[in-house]
Design a protein around this ligand. Structure first.
Ligand code: SF4
Length: 234
């Protein structure tokens, strides 16, 4: 498993848990607002973090580290992910997976083998290709079909999860957010994340976009509650 970056201790990547956050590099999306663009576009500029190094850190701190958050990039592109999670679980750690939802077959495998304790899946836009293609920077319609499949799979499974959308003014209006919410109506949890224009972005022109005011994001989250009562924002 190629891990390119590790945040040794994080209190913010899994609510209520202390984790080490691990990042893979590759991604099959090119979201213009992506903050991890260095990892996505220049993976070779990062050296690998070895499994031994990660294991050593986790095992030595087992008393206070609850588990890992696997992020990226898109972790499910690596065929070694299930095996890696199995080894982490055998050491007694919990696992959160961040995913863009384009590999439902692997998600199915992870869920049926109880290899994930919490799933956070991005929903980049409303589920029509004009919107999704623009927000995810993709031209291949099959990827959106896979996203839809993953939504169904996750909502039908007993796993703890959240769907989340980074809300970007150029890409999302109130109507877009309500369309997304309607398409995942009844989900366990939906989180709106405010895009922060000060970050580095995959498309540099997005650095100039002014974020929505917090009040606007809060209002949006209130409106989506008619579809998903457990909707929040961050
Ligand atoms: S924000 Fe988009 S491009 Fe960046 S890692 Fe996530 S899915 Fe990939």
């Amino acid at each position: 498993m190629k891990i390119k970056k590790m945040i040794e201790t994080s209190l913010i990547d899994w609510e209520g848990k202390i984790v080490s956050t691990l990042y893979v590099s590759s991604c099959n999306f090119r979201c213009p607002f992506c903050y991890n663009c260095d990892l996505v576009l220049n993976p070779d500029s990062f050296s690998d973090v070895s499994e031994e190094e990660i294991d050593g850190y986790l095992v030595e701190r087992k008393d206070f580290i609850d588990g890992i958050c696997m992020s990226g990039g898109e972790p499910t592109l690596d065929p070694d992910l299930p095996g890696y999670f199995k080894r982490i679980k055998e050491k007694g750690f919990l696992i959160k997976l961040d995913t863009n939802g384009t590999n439902p077959r692997m998600l199915e495998e992870l869920l049926s083998n109880n290899l994930v304790d919490y799933l956070a899946m991005d929903i980049k836009s409303s589920l029509n290709f004009d919107h999704y293609g623009q927000a995810a920077g993709i031209k291949d319609k099959i990827l959106l079909e896979r996203v839809k499949e993953s939504i169904k799979l996750i909502m039908g499974s007993p796993v703890e999860y959240e769907f989340r959308t980074t809300v970007v003014p150029l890409l999302h209006t109130e109507e877009t957010i309500l369309e997304i919410a309607a398409s995942i109506s009844g989900a366990k949890r939906y989180v709106l994340q405010s895009f922060s224009a000060t970050e580095k972005t995959l498309d540099p022109s997005f650095q100039k976009i002014k974020s929505y005011a917090s009040e606007k994001i809060r209002e949006l989250s209130e409106k989506t509650k008619k579809y998903i009562p457990n909707c929040s924002w961050r």
